[in-house]
Ligand binder design. Structure first.
Ligand code: ADP
Length: 208
């Protein structure tokens, strides 16, 4: 199974991605996680990407495309993959298409998670992560347990200002990818304004 998960920031892509990779036994490729790992490792890519990410801007297409196209060629993607956060612009979608057709493989579905803008800012500014386990919490909707609460951290681009920029970029750059995939007949939309397990059920139903 080769899938793409698309949605605005904090649509729940990470949560749903974890369920999907478990069910289908495929490799999870999150462009955001890969870029954050590059920043942490201090690679050239990380140094270049950090300046864009901190402000909520998209990292330039050529950098992200090279990173992702190389990654999907690795052997752990032979039995399938789930792309989370990529492609995020039309040029990225086109570059992915050519790389996949060169490799002789095709996508099975593009799942778009829909969440209204007014929900997004609250979801993002309340989001926290446990740096020890990577678990994600929300200070109002799913607060961390007492023993974890003192160590949770906020992502650098989860401030209100960066979040508004990310939302603008989503509408300007990423939303145009949806009609592009709609024309292939592979686009499936789900309502992301529901409890996480309800969204998971919707996605499983669609894919079966
Ligand atoms: P979210 O979906 O919550 O915005 P991500 O972890 O997917 O978070 O992405 C965080 C940041 O990483 C983005 O705001 C952007 O700067 C950068 N990024 C991730 N994926 C891409 C991509 N495909 N193209 C350009 N920038 C990207």
């Amino acid at each position: 199974m080769r899938l793409i998960l698309i949605g605005p920031p904090a649509a729940g892509k990470g949560t749903q991605a974890a369920k999907l990779v478990e069910k289908y036994g495929i490799t999870h490729l999150s462009s955001g996680d890969m870029l954050r790992a590059a920043i942490k490792a201090g690679t050239d890519l990380g140094v270049q990407a950090a300046a864009y990410m901190d402000k909520g801007n998209l990292v330039p297409d050529d950098l992200v495309v090279d990173m992702m196209v190389e990654r999907v060629k690795e052997s752990d993607c032979d039995d399938g993959f789930l792309l989370d956060g990529f492609p995020r612009s039309l040029p990225q979608a086109e570059a992915l298409d050519s790389a996949l057709s060169e490799a002789g493989v095709s996508l099975d579905a593009i799942v778009a998670i829909k969440v209204p803008d007014d929900m997004i800012v609250g979801r993002i500014t309340g989001r926290r992560m446990d740096p020890e386990t990577g678990d994600i919490y929300h200070m109002d909707f799913s607060p961390p347990p007492a023993e974890v609460a003192s160590r949770v951290v906020q992502r650098q681009d989860d401030t209100e200002e960066a979040c508004r920029v990310r939302l603008e970029k989503y509408h300007a750059e990423t939303a145009p990818v949806l009609p592009y995939y709609e024309s292939t007949g592979l686009l499936k939309e789900v309502d992301g304004n529901a409890a996480p397990n309800v969204v998971t059920e919707q996605i499983f139903d669609i894919l079966s």
